[in-house]
Design a protein around this ligand. Sequence first.
Ligand code: NDP
Length: 498
Amino acid sequence: MLDLTHDDWKARAERLTFRNQAFIAGRFVDAADGDRFDCINPATGEVLTRVASCKAADVDAAVAAARRAFEAGHWSRAAPEARKSVLLRLAELIRANLAELALLDSLDMGKLVTDAATIDAPGSAHFFQWYAEAIDKIYDEVAPTGPGDLALIRRVPLGVVGAVTPWNFPLDMATWKSAAALAAGNSVVLKPAEQSPLSALRLAELAAEAGVPEGVFNVVPGFGETAGQALGLHGDVDCLAFTGSTVVGKLFMQYAGRSNMKPVWPETGGKSPNLIFADCGNLDQAAEMAAFGIFFNQGETCSANSRLYVQREIRDAFVEKMIALAAAHQPGDPLDPASKMGAIVDKAQTDRIMGFIEAGRRTADLVCGGRQVTVGDRGLYVEPTIFDDVAHHDPLAREEIFGPVLSVIPFDTEEEAVAMANDSIYGLAASVWTDDLSRAHRVADALHAGTVSVNTVDALSAQTPFGGMKQSGFGRDLSLHSLDKYTALKTVWIKYRP
Ligand code: NDP
């Protein structure tokens, strides 16, 4: 895979065909009203295809199919081992179609195809495999009741799970929700972001090929205000798993309150702090990882380390390292394996990023980057950008920019760094760099974040829960804890003659 050249990827992109209809009840169908929207490659501005624009009627059809499938029981009541074999086949099919899935995400939203082929798509296969392997190893409970009573505490699937996902990791976000929900026996109706629906549609097709029964996995591409809202308000959706912005996460909680009180699991925004202490023994590595933490995926990462707190005595030297590393992350054609950063997802997001940069020029010290650029005279790209001396209350230090923009904030003491890091509405992730073990524990304890990485950034695996505190949401993706979202506890109490 990694041996593919720029020309190879371009040739594959030329030959690629797109699934551009909704996937409902096991087959591809047009939206009921025939409406479609443009799917645009942000690296070139070209329309890749026109995708079915689902509305409430299509969401109704998908939810009805999901409900029928759930009640039929071919999946929901299948032995966990049976679901396991199907999901293992799906993992293999993802691996067999890795290059295609990687290309779909790269063309759809601008990420580097190399990242998509080495991180996103293998990650998707791994997560399906992980939940497949886990699901027949989980035991239910028996309560410690007295003689004559047998109380079984069982975990049962909820029914129809609605999932609404963002555009930054299209295949992986679809996977994070659906792998656990499907493994637990639910039916799923997924609405991918309108900017990046293509890999989810292909995933649905592969799931059917793997043996996921008709109606168990449905994909309704469309806009948030139509398809997303219809799913959020639907009275027959039993749970809504969401990843996206904090603003829209709050809307889903309102939708639940206005409809059937379905549990809503929002994984939302972040403004993750990265604390570099002077006692960190390997500042080169800290700088490299800090650059990765903000420039990976063009900074369009919920847990991006966008606030860099550097202890004052090492600040100048550290910022010099960061400027040098930023120079090595210049954007290029996402299909070129030599490129270090891809295109920004769309014009609205590019304008938003540039708005923060232009405002920041007046309030902080722009030390590198700051321009919107093109590659080969086209596309939407933003240079890796670093602001130094950012004031604690500057929007650069407070708001999720979701682009390759780093804010450097100096600090003197541990207490000051922790206080500034915690003074945020977000609490998704945080990083700490120090060689002092006691400090590492102390600071990790004190930081309000769902994940604290020590001497690394963005530590994440199938085995560990991922999610936030405060307005970064609640509920967890990944790990066995994710199954809590997609199952209910059911007590079955049996009286017998002792
Ligand atoms: P949005 O919140 O704008 O969109 C997320 C999803 O919600 C999309 O499918 C979108 O559809 C849909 N949506 C938008 N408006 C509504 C609405 N009124 N009603 C129902 N659904 C709606 O986020 P982005 O796609 O812009 O993604 C970026 C955000 O996602 C960032 O804030 C980032 O931090 C967060 N994120 C969080 C992660 C986490 O695990 N905590 C991981 C990755 C990203 P449409 O396509 O039409 O907009």
